[in-house]
Design a binder for this molecule. Structure first.
Ligand code: ZN
Length: 502
């Protein structure tokens, strides 16, 4: 926590908030909230979303130019409405390094000719960085090395590339474990090979089935020293025709030493950066306590050349955060709290594995011990197939850490919004496991009470058709107002939220 506190101001600013006593419990007077909630409008939400979910931002993919444009756009907005810079008073951006692995960057050459990923070869998992050229090649049939049968008998493969074929020989008895490619990699490695190529007879159909999962670049937080080295040597799957045309291997034979040379350049990590955008409103008399409101502004980028605008996912949550920030700032300007400080954080890297929120909670700008709550909004602009009207929202997590939070959320909804609060996905046994699938989870992991606001998935989920025209702005406005009232109560009440088991 970097901020300094000016204790002398406390008595003055205390006058700015009003509380009333009610059966011994302190409730916040919600009358002022009614004034500022009116600044949250369909018109404004739509105005924001038309920009944020436009093609200009190219689908806002983490670490890509469109995401950076969106980050600047959000930061500019925070600045315009008067939010303080959330990162140690110096910046709106908390940037974090991401390691991008593009599987197509792997360079495999045979006699100087490069094999093409998914066309000539594929691989699963990852490798250690490797850069070796001029490797000799040995073909060792099935690559089995068991007690009663060994393809490696009297064959020197040390420091070489080993090529094998799938499966087990028909006429020899070997254990079932030799059907596993892992076992064969271990055998090649034990005999001193530096890489393995496995010939797959169903190469083409296998690639068709799995390419969706293996073709796209993956990202993770880049932590130097945190990366565990791989225990196994690289293994590539190739087709019969690559074996024949590039390696000159005839698989009707059991053993050969083709004269080709193999080059391997396996340095696929590209280090890029991405940004969370943090806007801050300093509290009055409880300013060291932080109410966090989050939504992820990153999305998927392109899908086969088409832009995924992510209007619902999570443009809807992002514009809700913009409107909430504005409403609280207006209130503050007029002398109405908030008593606690508020952090409005739009995070990046969510679609790549909750990276931005993970980075924030591992490198918090504001002490997590003083972080009161995270209200996270992800996809609140559509009506799913399970509902025939728009007056609902799924709440996830509200009762898991703080009973107070759940009570506040329920009471405020009953008083002010009267939406159907649907707890279907709050059930621990729900197979969708949404509780673990958005940014609030990184806060919950740290014992911070959370509510995840969500409207469910739909036919345009993660597709280029998730567009602004399909957003239900009435629903978006109402849900944003529910978050507003809930945040207002938490930010202005006397007591901090209680915790289960404490
Ligand atoms: Zn998503």
């Amino acid at each position: 926590m970097k901020r300094g506190f000016f204790l002398g101001l406390l008595s003055v600013v205390l006058l700015g908030c009003s509380v009333k006593k009610n059966t011994g419990q302190t409730f916040v007077n919600q009358a002022e909230a009614d004034v500022y909630v009116k600044t949250i409008t369909q018109v404004d939400l739509k105005k924001h979303l038309i920009v944020l979910a436009s093609d200009e931002f190219e689908g806002r993919e983490t670490a890509m130019p469109g995401q950076k444009k969106a980050a600047k756009h959000i930061a500019n907005y925070f600045e315009n409405i008067g939010l303080e810079k959330g990162v140690y008073d110096t910046s709106y951006f908390q940037s974090f390094p991401v390691a991008v692995k593009d599987p197509a960057m792997v360079e495999v050459k045979v006699d100087g000719k490069r094999l093409i990923f998914l066309n000539d070869f594929f691989y699963l998992g990852s490798f250690n960085d490797t850069n070796i050229t001029g490797l000799d090649v040995v073909y060792v049939n099935y690559g089995i090395d068991s007690e009663n049968y060994s393809d490696y008998k009297d064959i020197e493969v040390k420091g070489k590339v080993v090529v094998i074929r799938e499966g087990v020989p028909r006429n020899v008895k070997v254990g079932e474990e030799w059907d596993s490619w892992r076992k064969k990699i271990e055998a090649a490695q034990k005999n001193g090979a530096v890489a393995l190529f496995t010939i797959k007879s169903d190469f083409k159909s296998r690639v068709e089935r799995i390419k969706f999962y293996i073709q796209n670049p993956t990202m993770e937080l880049h932590n130097k020293g945190n990366r565990k080295p791989n225990k196994l040597i690289p293994n590539f799957f190739i087709s019969d025709s690559v074996a024949l045309n590039y390696f000159k291997i005839d698989t009707t034979e059991k053993f050969s030493t083709p004269s080709c040379k193999v080059d391997l350049v396996l340095e696929v990590d590209q280090i890029l950066s991405s940004e969370n955008v943090l806007g801050f409103i300093e509290g009055t008399d409880k300013k060291e306590e932080i109410v966090v409101i989050t939504a992820h502004y990153d999305h998927l980028g392109f899908d086969a050349g088409e832009i995924c605008n992510g209007a619902d996912d999570d443009g809807s949550g992002t514009v809700a955060v913009l409107e909430l920030a504005q409403a609280f700032k207006e209130a503050q300007k007029a002398g109405n709290g908030p008593r606690r400080s508020m952090l409005f954080m739009t995070v990046s890297g969510e679609e790549k594995g909750l990276l931005g929120s993970k980075f924030y909670t591992e490198n918090p700008v504001y002490d997590l011990k003083n972080t009161v709550v995270d209200l996270n909004i992800d996809m609140i602009g559509r009506v799913d197939d399970l509902h025939d009207n728009n007056n609902y929202v799924y709440l996830i997590g509200s009762d898991k850490i703080s009973p107070d939070l759940h009570e506040i959320s329920e009471r405020i909804n009953a008083d002010k919004i009267k939406m159907d609060l649907d707890y279907t996905y709050n059930d621990e046994s729900d197979p969708n496991r949404f509780y673990y699938r958005s940014d609030h989870y990184n806060f919950a992991k740290n014992d911070i009470p959370v509510i995840f606001y969500f409207s469910g998935t739909h036919e345009d989920y993660h597709k280029p058709t998730d567009d602004v025209e399909k957003i239900d702005f009435e629903k978006l406005e109402r849900t944003t107002k529910l978050v507003f009232y809930t945040a207002w109560e938490i930010a202005n009440r006397e007591k901090n939220l209680n915790r289960i088991n404490k």
